[in-house]
Each structure stands twice: as structure tokens, then as C-alpha cells.
Design a protein around this ligand. Structure first.
Ligand SMILES: [Zn+2]
Length: 455
């Protein structure tokens, strides 16, 4: 039996080890019932109520399902593309914009499936995507993504991204890729009404996400903040990713990035920003006081040489911090457990070897859930959603390791053996039941070649 049915209790018994993202001891395992965690069983203990089903987890390390807070799924079609393989953000973007402008509905469906499947297989159960490309014919981009998320049985915060400031008006993207503010706001309104769920077990949430200071007008930022407040949804954008961006903000707005954020009504706990690297001490204090979250994207930041986010100082100031793999044109993988390893090592380089494995796993789970405003996710505790990742340490890379939780990051785990979302197994024996990966790879690769070749 693979499924934990509504009234049945499933005991994931005596795991090899468990990381709960809190102080609870789950050494005896976890009991699942009706899509949530019914009980956390201490070491050497048995469940308080007998369970109809038992899964022997003796060879598994259990963690909360990993949560990804920043991505651009469509970019899986432009991974490792030679013209931008060795470029920084602005030239990287300028080369890629014309390619991305050719994106079709089928391309996006394949790219979203590829990104989510890759995330799921790495132990990720909830993912945020920032989609801001709506060329002619792709008006229903977010609708397409909703269908893919539902088909894979994951959770997602899909953000209605936008670009409204083209080259003709001093922005970075080509004019052909920007939209009118009225169209953007009307579509945002439509998507929230159609898809946004509010309960603790929400599968789909919608957020509003103007792309970045250099691709969106000031007015659209302010109008998006007002609409998000009216609809009670979250706000997302890129901020303080590079010094080029900071120069742009000073030049165009006469403001540093956080001053700009505040000037358009975004310095609130409704907002999470992608990257958040180039903040000074006073800005970190202000972000913390406001409760604005940061999606730390270590691989992308290293790949584009953007800088190193000051994560420990952000956390000390009260900023919610989570992890993001970022788009696949700047990572170029969508692997959440590997991203936790990258975060651990990048932050150790800044702050020393005392940055613990558990702290990095905390960013990837509870921290990320908080960044997305999803407190019912990201930890193993009674009443939380039954979103779990189970890893095995049976590959050569783990041989000779001692602490199973430390081994996940230090030996470089890269795939989960089992993943559960809302009490349902979505990965079994390292496979996604019902998804033919071979066919997906063939079709996705074909679409990627056509997209870059302009066919
Ligand atoms: Zn990004």
C-alpha cells in the first residue's frame, strides 16, 4: 500500500534518522493521517494510537519536504547555453531575452514539468515560480503551470510576473517582451480569483511579481502592492541581486534598492525578494523590522558572480530566510537538496565553519515555508501538512559516513527515494509514478533546441 488514506493512520517507523526542523525528536518515526502529521514518535517509542499501516523507514533519513522559494521554470529550456555560460547578470539577460520571447505554450508546459519533476525528485514538495514572460499566444502561462502542478501532485506558489519597462523607456528588456500595466493587473486579478487557495492545505497559491527594478515601472510596482493588499496575496520581485541593479536604481530613481522598495509600498511582511545580496547594515535592520523575506539563491549568485548574501545578519535582524534554486539558466539545476549544500558552504565561506548542517536544512524547509507565508509546511510536527522527503544513503558517495543527517549535505545527496505530499506518495523508489521521464527528456530537449535556434 502506498497511500495514506483519509481515515487510516500510516506509521513511518523507526527511520535511520530524522531532521524535524524544530526541537521534536522523531527517532521513532512519524504518523500520517488524513493528509497531515498526526503524531511525532520519539526514539524507542510507539504511536499512541495503533496504525493500520506501517512503513519500515529503517534505511531512510526523513526530512520535511523541501520548499523552493525562487525559480523561473521556463529557463530549463536554456540551461548551459554557450553564449551566456560565462556572463554576469545584465549581459546574460540581454542575450537571453530575445530567445525567451519565442516561448510557446507547449514549451512552457514541458519546461514546467521538467523543473517540477527535477525538484520533486530532489525532495522538494512546494515550489515558487516567477514567470514574467507573456509573448503573444502565451497569455495563459500561469493557467498552464497550474495544470502541471496539479498533475504532479505538488504544491506551488505561482507568481504572476510582469515586465512593463522596455528599452525604449530606459529599461533592460526588449520592447517586445513588455506588457501594458492594465493587462498585467487585470490578469493578476483574474488568476487570484481563479486559483488562489487560502487554507493550510492549499495546493496552489498566486502571488504578484513585477520582475525587477530595471524591467518594471515605478507605477506598476505601486499598483501591484495595492492590488496584493486588496486581494490579500503575497508580493515577490528580484532585489539587490547585483551592483549593476543598485547603480540602475540610483540613476533612475535616485534611491538605493531598499529605499526604492519602501517608496513603492513594498517594505512589508507581504513581500519576499529574490537574492537580497547588496544590503548595508541599516537596510538589513529595516528589512527585519518590516518582516520582508529573502530567497537566498547561492548557486545562481556564484554562477553569475553576483555576490554573497549576508544571511546570518539578515536572520539576526528578523528577516525570514529561505532557499531558491533560481532559474535554470543561472544554476543550471533544479535540485533543492543540493541547493541546501551550496547554501551551507557559501555561508561558511562568509561566516565560518560554525554554520551548521541543521541550519542550512532549516533554511530549505521551515525558513522557506515562512518566506512563502506557509507556516503549515516545512517542519515535522503534529498538525503540519504531511509533506516529507525520505533519502537513502546506499550510494557510494555515502559509504563510510557516520551522521546520517550531516551526510545528506556533506556527502552531497542529490535525490530522494520517496517523497510524500499531503499524505500521498509522489515519489516511490526514486521514480515519479505516472511520469515517463524518457519521453519528457526527449520532448523537452527538442523544444529547447527549437527555442534557441529560432525555429
Ligand atoms: Zn530569478
Amino acid at each position: 500500500m502506498n497511500q495514506a488514506h483519509a481515515k487510516q493512520r500510516l506509521w513511518l517507523k523507526n527511520p535511520l534518522a530524522a531532521f524535524t526542523a524544530n526541537d521534536l525528536d522523531a527517532g521513532g518515526g512519524v504518523v500520517i493521517s488524513g493528509g497531515t502529521i498526526a503524531e511525532v514518535v520519539g526514539t524507542g517509542k510507539s504511536p499512541a494510537v495503533p496504525c493500520e499501516e506501517v512503513f519500515d523507514a529503517g534505511r531512510h533519513v526523513i526530512t520535511p519536504g523541501l520548499v523552493n522559494t525562487h525559480h523561473h521554470f521556463y529557463q530549463t529550456l536554456t540551461r548551459a547555453w554557450a553564449p551566456v555560460a560565462n556572463a554576469e547578470l545584465f549581459p546574460w539577460l540581454k542575450n537571453l531575452y530575445p530567445v525567451w520571447a519565442r516561448l510557446t505554450p507547449r514549451d512552457l508546459e514541458l519546461a514546467t514539468t521538467a523543473a517540477l519533476a527535477e525538484l520533486l525528485l530532489s525532495g522538494c514538495t512546494t515550489a515558487a515560480d516567477h514567470h514574467y514572460l507573456f509573448p503573444g499566444g502565451l497569455e495563459e502561462a500561469i493557467d498552464i503551470q497550474v495544470q502541471v502542478v496539479r498533475a504532479l501532485g505538488m504544491r506551488a506558489t505561482l507568481t504572476r510576473g510582469s515586465m512593463s519597462l522596455g528599452e525604449d523607456d530606459g529599461g533592460l528588456p526588449p520592447q517586445s517582451t513588455v506588457q501594458d500595466p492594465e493587462v498585467i493587473l487585470a490578469d493578476s486579478d483574474r488568476l487570484v480569483a481563479a486559483y488562489h487557495e487560502r487554507g493550510e492545505d492549499a495546493v496552489i497559491q498566486i502571488a504578484l511579481a513585477p520582475c525587477s527594478p530595471f524591467s518594471v515601472t515605478r507605477d506598476l510596482m505601486a499598483e501591484s502592492a495595492a492590488l496584493a493588499e486588496k486581494l490579500d496575496v503575497r508580493l515577490h520581485t528580484h532585489l539587490a541581486e547585483t551592483l549593476d541593479e543598485e547603480d540602475f536604481c540610483r540613476g533612475r530613481f535616485g534611491l538605493r534598492t531598499v529605499d526604492y522598495l519602501e517608496s513603492v509600498g513594498w517594505l512589508t511582511d507581504r513581500t519576499w525578494v529574490g537574492h537580497g545580496i547588496h544590503f548595508d547594515d541599516a537596510e538589513i535592520t529595516r528589512l527585519g523590522a518590516a518582516g520582508t523575506g529573502v530567497a537566498h539563491c547561492p548557486t545562481s549568485n556564484m554562477r553569475l558572480a553576483s555576490g554573497t548574501a549576508r544571511i546570518l545578519e539578515l536572520e539576526a535582524a528578523g528577516v525570514p530566510v529561505g532557499l531558491g534554486v533560481d532559474g535554470s539558466a543561472s544554476n543550471d539545476a533544479s535540485n533543492m537538496i543540493q541547493e541546501a549544500r551550496q547554501a551551507l558552504y557559501l555561508q561558511r565561506l562568509r561566516y565560518g565553519a560554525g554554520v551548521s548542517v541543521e541550519r542550512a536544512l532549516g533554511w530549505a524547509t521551515r525558513g522557506s515555508a515562512r518566506v512563502l507565508g506557509r507556516d503549515s509546511l516545512g517542519e515535522i510536527a503534529p498538525g503540519r501538512q504531511a509533506d516529507l522527503a525520505l533519502f537513502m544513503l546506499d550510494e557510494l558517495r555515502f559509504s563510510g559516513s557516520h551522521d546520517p543527517v550531516a551526510a545528506l549535505l556533506l556527502c552531497g545527496a542529490d535525490r530522494a527515494d520517496r517523497v510524500m505530499v499531503g499524505g500521498q506518495w509522489r515519489v516511490v523508489d526514486g521514480q515519479i509514478p505516472g511520469l515517463d521521464l524518457g519521453t519528457l527528456i526527449a520532448e523537452h530537449s527538442r523544444a529547447a533546441r527549437r527555442l534557441v535556434n529560432g525555429g
